[in-house]
Write a protein that binds this ligand. Structure first.
Ligand SMILES: [Zn+2]
Length: 344
């Protein structure tokens, strides 16, 4: 295994991180205080409520853990604060570029409008970027189990809120009961606006068709994509040729039961085949993880996965990031220099 001190130092890119699943205990306590909610829980009890246990049986059971923090994320002040908190944690992981995603529909119970909810998170991105040495962009996320009429309000946000930090769209949530094909008209409204698309797909067993459909509908990145293990070699070649980026999150992938055994986890096989896999936390709190922990896991599972391989995974992430060609060029150069120094 690579020395954890070296892993800590590695600059990282994170493409897949949910705001509401990634709040620190300190942040959760502060959000309750801001809302004048008495939270009679110890830190351990807060974590017990917010984290999914190792024994989680399904993706749906995993998603239930979000119910604990959502009531605290219904004001502009708290959304801004929460965004800052996630950026701070990412900064400690040496993340230099992060895309945070959030589902604005989940934050309208305190009279915020959709636009106001997004603006509050954008403000958090802006202030965190001034404070920490990282760049932050935001993805709007729709939940598949929401009513289509509600989801159809989301594309217009990109017209109403032209903002340099608002860079893409995602669909998350219950993949098993809501297959990707039913969202084709909605996704057309996104891609017709030239908004970039990453979609949660291949996160539950036997869901590989959602991956194929997501690519057909215009996604250049797939959230998790664990079901690529069911792809034929021709289909894998298609992923490689199309430069599709898979946003994998080892801890989460086991918790959601996308995968059950390490032998079946396709990360290394996909990497060796030339598929653009990347490493992410998905949800720092719900999965009780950090990006450093995810790197350590990969390094322990695959001892021949070296520093240069972690660097390569980050170059894949930069390539797939929803940023300009110039920003990519700068990040590639920055990472190349930093990894060279680390390897010396
Ligand atoms: Zn996710």
């Amino acid at each position: 295994m690579i020395d954890p001190k070296i892993i800590a130092k590695m600059p990282k890119v994170e493409l897949h991180c949910h705001l509401d699943g990634s709040l620190s205990v300190q942040c959760i306590k502060q959000l309750a205080k801001n809302d004048q909610i008495w939270l009679p829980l110890t830190d351990a009890e807060i974590l017990e409520n917010a984290q999914a246990p190792e024994t989680t049986k399904t993706l749906l059971e995993y998603l239930k853990r979000f119910d604990f923090v959502l009531p605290l994320l219904q004001s502009a002040q708290n959304l801004t604060y929460a965004t800052f908190d996630v950026a701070q944690q990412a900064s400690k992981d040496q993340v230099k570029y992060i895309e945070i995603r959030f589902a604005p529909m989940q934050h309208l119970k305190g009279n915020l409008t959709l636009e106001e909810a997004v603006e509050a998170v954008l403000e958090g991105c802006q202030s965190a970027q001034q404070q920490f040495d990282l760049k932050i962009n935001l993805l709007i996320c729709g939940l598949k189990q929401e009513k289509i009429a509600q989801l159809e309000k989301l594309p217009a946000l990109f017209d109403h809120l032209p903002n340099e930090h608002l860079v893409g769209f995602d669909l998350a949530g219950d993949e098993f009961n809501y297959p990707m094909r039913i969202f084709e008209p909605l996704l057309k409204q996104i891609t017709s606006r030239h908004v970039q698309l990453t979609l949660h797909a291949g996160e539950c067993p036997h869901c590989s068709q959602n991956m194929r459909d997501s690519i057909t509908f215009g996604a250049t990145r797939l959230g998790h994509g664990v079901c690529a293990r069911d792809f034929s070699s021709k289909e894998l070649q298609h992923l490689i040729d199309q430069k599709i980026v898979l946003e994998m999150a080892p801890t989460s992938n086991f918790q959601t039961k996308a995968i059950e055994t390490l032998e079946a986890y396709p990360f290394k096989k996909l990497y060796d085949a030339g598929v653009r896999v990347t490493l992410n936390t998905d949800n720092r709190t719900v999965s009780n993880t950090t990006l450093q922990k995810e790197y350590k896991k990969i390094s322990t599972w695959y001892p021949d996965f070296k520093i240069k391989d972690f660097e390569q995974v980050n170059h894949y992430a930069i390539e797939g990031a929803f940023i300009s060609p110039l920003e990519k060029e700068n990040l590639h150069a920055q990472f190349k220099a930093a990894y060279k120094k680390i390897s010396e």
